[in-house]
Design a binder for this molecule. Structure first.
Ligand SMILES: [Zn+2]
Length: 405
C-alpha cells in the first residue's frame, strides 16, 4: 500500500511535518546543477566523486544468520501531535515481500517494534508472527491516550500482561515519551521520561520477561540550532520536525539524566537502548552508561554512519561490549522508507551493514543515496572477528528475546 511520508510520520508518532525539505528529496535523486569553476555552487549540488583507489568488497550475505531487532513493519494509523490514538494499524509491506528480502539477505527473523496495542496488536501478531513462525516478532506500545485515567498506572501494567499473553515479544517506547506526550495528552507540560506513573509498566515488563526497546533521544545535533555549524544540516532540512531545539523541549542532557534515573530505578527491567543508546557520537559515554547499568543493551539502527566515521573507537567498543550489542537497522519498507535512505528496507541497505561489520573497506557510503543523508561524510569498516560477529548478528538477540537457539 502506498503511504505518503507525511502520513507515515503522523502514524509513526513523529509529529507533523513542518516546511518542506530545504534541499530537495532526501535521497538526492533529482539531477543537480553542476556549475563550473568561477560560478557559485550550492551545497545541495555538490556531489564530489572520491578519487581514492581502495578495495571495494560486496558482501551480499552475512557470515552468520542475522536477527534484525529494529524494524517497522506496521504503524498505528492515527495520531495527534505525535501521540498515537486508537488501535487501528497500517502495514507498511506484506510478510511475503519482507520474506523475499530476508531470504536473499540471510535474515532469520525481524522484530517489528511498532506493533500497536489491543486489537491492533493481536491482528499484527496473527498476520505476521503466527503465520510465519520464527520469522517475525512483534512489540507492544503504551496506550498513552488514557494517561489521565486515575488508575492509569495499573491499567498500563495490566495491558503489558495482556500483551505478553497475546504474543508480544517486547515493549517499544518512541520519543512520544519525553518529547510529545503532554499532561492533557496533546496539550500542557511535557511528561518526563522517568514519570512515576509508568513505574508499574516497567515492572510488568520485568515480570513478563519483555525487554523494553527504548528510543527517547536523538543525535546531539537535533538539539542544537539549525545553522551553518550543524553537521546534520541536510537531514534536518529534509525533516525539520526532527529538530528538538528551542520551544519547551528538554535538553539532550536532561533527557539522558531522566533515562538514567529510569534504568537505575528498574534494575530487573531489560532496556534495549536503540540507536547505540541514543549517543553514537559519544561512545565513551555509552560505555560508561553500560558499565553503570547491567540492564542496558544497545543496537545499531541507523547509526553505522556514526560508528563508521570513528572506526578505531567503534572496533574497541564492539570488542568490549560484544555480549550486549544487537544488530538492528531501523528498517522502514519502501515507499515510506524512501525518504530516509539510511533505513530503507532493501537489499542494498543490508549489504552496507554487512560490509561495515565484516570488512576493513575504507571510505564508503553508509546509505544507498547520492548524498549521505545524515551528514556529509563516509565510513570505514570495522572488520569484526567471527566470534564477535556471531554474537552481534544473532546470539545476543536470541538471549534477550528468549528465542530458541
Ligand atoms: Zn525505529
Amino acid at each position: 500500500m502506498k503511504l505518503q511520508r507525511r502520513e507515515w510520520l503522523k502514524s509513526a508518532g513523529l509529529g507533523a511535518l513542518g516546511a518542506a525539505g530545504m534541499a530537495g528529496s532526501a535521497s538526492g535523486a533529482e539531477k543537480p546543477s553542476c556549475p563550473v569553476a568561477g560560478e557559485d555552487l550550492l551545497l545541495q549540488d555538490f556531489r564530489p566523486k572520491s578519487a581514492l583507489h581502495v578495495p571495494e568488497t560486496r558482501v551480499e550475505t552475512p557470515r552468520f544468520p542475522v536477527i534484525d531487532v529494529h524494524t517497522h513493519l506496521t504503524f498505528v494509523k492515527r495520531s495527534e501531535k505525535g501521540v498515537a490514538m486508537g488501535e487501528e494499524m497500517v502495514p507498511l509491506t506484506t510478510p511475503q515481500k519482507a520474506l523475499e528480502v530476508m531470504d536473499r539477505k540471510g535474515i532469520r527473523a525481524m522484530l517489528n517494534l511498532t506493533g500497536g496495542i489491543g486489537k491492533g496488536l493481536e491482528e499484527t501478531v496473527a498476520a505476521w508472527d503466527r503465520t510465519h513462525p520464527g520469522r517475525f516478532y512483534t512489540c507492544v506500545e503504551p496506550r498513552y491516550e488514557d494517561l489521565r485515567e486515575p488508575n492509569y498506572p495499573q491499567m498500563q501494567a495490566d495491558a503489558i500482561e495482556a500483551a505478553a499473553r497475546a504474543g508480544a515479544k517486547g515493549l517499544k517506547i518512541v520519543k512520544t515519551l519525553g518529547l510529545y506526550l503532554r499532561e492533557q495528552i496533546t496539550e500542557g507540560p511535557l511528561v518526563k521520561v522517568d514519570d512515576p506513573r509508568f513505574d508499574p509498566m516497567w515492572e510488568a515488563c520485568a515480570a513478563q520477561d519483555l525487554p523494553v526497546a527504548i528510543h527517547v533521544a536523538d543525535p546531539e545535533a537535533f538539539f542544537l540550532p539549525i545553522d551553518c555549524t550543524n553537521e546534520r544540516w541536510d537531514e534536518l532540512g529534509h525533516h525539520p520536525d526532527w529538530s528538538f531545539y528551542g520551544r519547551d523541549f528538554p535538553s539532550f542532557q536532561e533527557i539522558m539524566e531522566a533515562r538514567d534515573r529510569l534504568y537505575a530505578r528498574h534494575p530487573k527491567t531489560q532496556f534495549l537502548s536503540l540507536h547505540l543508546g541514543h549517543d553514537a557520537e559519544n561512545l565513551a559515554f555509552v560505555g560508561e552508561s553500560m558499565d553503570r547499568f547491567p540492564n542496558m543493551t544497545v543496537e545499531l539502527g541507523a547509526r553505522i554512519g556514526e560508528l563508521g566515521r570513528q572506526p578505531r573507537a567503534s572496533a574497541k567498543f564492539f570488542e568490549k561490549y560484544q555480549d550486549r550489542i544487537l544488530f538492528g537497522t531501523d528498517a522502514v519498507p519502501p515507499p515510506a522508507g524512501d525518504s530516509t535512505p539510511q533505513q530503507v528496507f532493501k537489499d542494498e541497505l543490508y549489504e552496507i551493514y554487512y560490509r561495515f561489520l565484516e570488512t576493513e573497506d575504507e571510505y564508503f557510503d553508509y546509505a544507498p543515496a547520492p548524498i549521505p543523508p545524515q551528514g556529509r561524510w563516509r565510513i570505514y569498516g570495522v572488520g569484526l572477528s567471527e566470534q564477535v560477529l556471531k554474537k552481534v548478528y544473532h546470539d545476543n538477540a536470541v538471549r534477550l528475546l528468549g528465542l530458541e537457539a
